[in-house]
Design a protein around this ligand. Structure first.
Ligand code: ZN
Length: 414
C-alpha cells in the first residue's frame, strides 16, 4: 500500500501534489484571459520561442513582419500590428539566451491599449511560431494543462460493474455494465456440480470483459492510481485474477468495501478513498467549504467579503484563505502624474478612465495592475495563512461564489 501523504507534498510515484499550485492556477488563469481576447482585425500577435532557439532570428523575423505590416489596408489594423510588433521587439531586446522553457509572448490592442503578455510556460515550448490573427494562438500552451490528479475508480461484483475517472474535482462515469451471470442458488433440474461449473465459466467471462474495458480506460498514462470497490470478496478475486492488464494492475492502490456496484458505489469509493490515497482534492475542498459555512452561519471563526478578509489578513487572523476560481477582479494602483500620490482600487475590469487625483485634480494614470486572487494569495502567504482556490464544479463551491462573493477566510482567532 502506498504511503499516505499530506497536502502540498508529494511522497511516492503514485501520489501527486494534492493542492493546486498557485503557479498552475496563475498559468490557467492567464490562458483563460488570453483566450477571451479578440482583435478588431487580424492584429493579435503570438510568438513562441523554444529553449536554445536563437532570439536574433526571431527579432529579424519581427522586423520583416513590421515591414510587411506597412501594406495592411486598414489604417487602424496597420497601426495596431505595428505597435504590437514594437512592443514585442522591445520585450526581446537584451535577451541573449532563451530561458530554459522558452518564451511565449502575446501582444495586441486589448481594450484600446497595446498590451504585452509574457507567459512563463510550465513545460518547454516545442515549436517556433509567429502568428498574427484575430485571436491569440494558444494551442501549444493549452496542451501543457492537464489535471494532475486522475484516479481510476471501479466497482465490480458478479452482477454489475462501473468504471469511472476522477479528474481532479470532476467525476466522470465512463461505463456501467450488467452481467448475465446466473445467481448461485438457483434451483433446477441440472446437476449442481455442472451448474456450478457453468456459473464459474460465465463469471470468468464477465470479469474478463470488465477487466478489458477497465484496462482500456486505466492504462492511460494520466491515471496515477486505481481503486477497486464492491461488496464482499469478489473485488479481491478480480484484482488478483488475470483480468486487468499488467499496466493497470500495477496502478491498483487497493480495494475498498462498498455497498453498491453502480454509480452510487463509485461515489462511495470517492468518499472512502482517504483510507488509501490521502485526502483527495475534491474532498478537501468540500471539507473546508463546509467548515466555512458552519463557522460563518454561527458567527464563529470565519469572515467573508473583500474588506473584512483584508482586515483579517492585516491582523494575521486568517488561518485559511478561501478564494473562488471564478473571482474575476483586479487590484489597480493608480498614480497622479502631477503630485505622485498613489491610491488602490479594486475593479471588475480595467476602465479606460481612472478618475482624478483627490488632491490636485489631475487625471490619474495606471501604475500597476494585479489579479485580485494573486494579490490576496501573496498577502495570505506572507502571513503564513494557507490559500485554497475553490472550484465552482461542486455545489458547495458554487454556493461559496454566489452567496459569499467568492472571498472568505477561516480564522485563527477573532
Ligand atoms: Zn495629484
Amino acid at each position: 500500500m502506498p504511503k499516505k501523504h499530506t497536502a502540498g507534498t508529494s511522497v511516492c510515484g503514485q501520489c501527486v501534489e494534492l493542492k493546486m499550485e498557485k503557479a498552475d492556477y496563475t498559468f490557467k488563469r492567464k490562458l483563460k484571459f488570453l483566450k477571451k481576447q479578440r482583435g478588431q482585425g487580424t492584429e493579435l500577435i503570438s510568438i513562441y520561442i523554444p529553449p536554445d532557439y536563437n532570439v536574433n532570428e526571431v527579432v529579424s523575423k519581427l522586423r520583416d513582419e513590421a515591414g510587411q505590416a506597412m501594406n495592411i489596408k486598414s489604417k487602424q489594423t496597420r497601426k495596431n500590428v505595428t505597435s504590437a510588433i514594437e512592443r514585442l521587439l522591445h520585450a526581446l531586446k537584451g535577451t541573449k539566451k532563451t530561458p530554459s522553457k522558452g518564451i511565449a509572448l502575446f501582444s495586441g490592442n486589448i481594450g484600446g491599449r497595446i498590451e504585452l503578455y509574457n507567459i512563463k510556460p510550465p513545460e518547454p515550448i516545442p515549436v517556433q511560431v509567429y502568428r498574427c490573427d484575430s485571436e491569440f494562438f494558444l494551442e501549444p500552451l493549452e496542451r501543457m494543462i492537464a489535471p494532475k490528479q486522475v484516479y481510476g475508480l471501479m466497482t465490480v461484483d458478479r452482477r454489475e460493474a462501473a468504471i469511472a475517472l476522477l479528474k481532479g474535482k470532476h467525476l466522470e462515469i465512463v461505463k456501467t455494465l450488467g452481467s448475465q451471470v446466473p445467481g448461485k442458488h438457483r434451483a433446477g433440474g441440472q446437476s449442481s456440480v455442472r451448474f456450478e461449473r457453468l456459473i464459474e465459466i460465465a463469471a470468468h467471462e464477465w470479469f474478463k470483459k470488465v477487466g478489458e474495458i477497465a484496462s482500456k480506460v486505466f492504462d492511460d498514462s494520466w491515471v496515477i492510481g486505481v481503486i477497486v470497490g464492491g461488496p464482499g470478496p469478489t473485488k479481491e478475486e478480480f484484482v488478483k485474477g488475470d483480468y486487468l492488464s499488467a499496466v493497470t494492475k500495477k496502478k491498483v492502490v487497493g480495494t475498498i468495501d462498498t455497498s453498491y456496484t453502480d454509480e452510487s458505489g463509485i461515489k462511495e469509493l470517492v468518499e472512502k478513498s482517504g483510507q488509501l490515497v490521502g485526502e483527495l482534492e475534491v474532498l478537501r475542498e468540500k471539507r473546508l467549504i463546509n467548515e466555512f459555512f458552519k463557522e460563518a452561519s454561527t458567527d464563529g471563526l470565519a469572515t467573508y467579503g473583500l474588506d473584512e478578509v483584508l482586515e483579517a489578513l492585516t491582523y494575521g487572523k486568517v488561518k485559511t484563505l478561501l478564494l473562488s476560481e471564478d473571482l474575476e477582479k483586479k487590484k489597480l494602483i493608480l498614480v497622479c502624474p502631477h503630485c505622485g500620490k498613489k491610491q488602490e482600487k479594486i475593479v471588475d475590469r480595467t476602465p479606460n478612465n481612472f478618475g482624478k487625483c483627490p488632491s490636485c485634480g489631475t487625471p490619474l494614470m495606471l501604475d500597476e495592475e494585479e489579479d485580485l486572487i494573486e494579490y490576496l494569495s501573496d498577502f495570505a502567504e506572507s502571513t503564513s495563512a494557507e490559500v485554497e482556490i475553490i472550484s465552482t464544479e461542486t455545489p458547495e463551491g458554487e454556493q461559496f461564489f454566489k452567496t459569499f462573493g467568492g472571498i472568505g477566510a477561516l480564522l485563527r482567532f477573532k
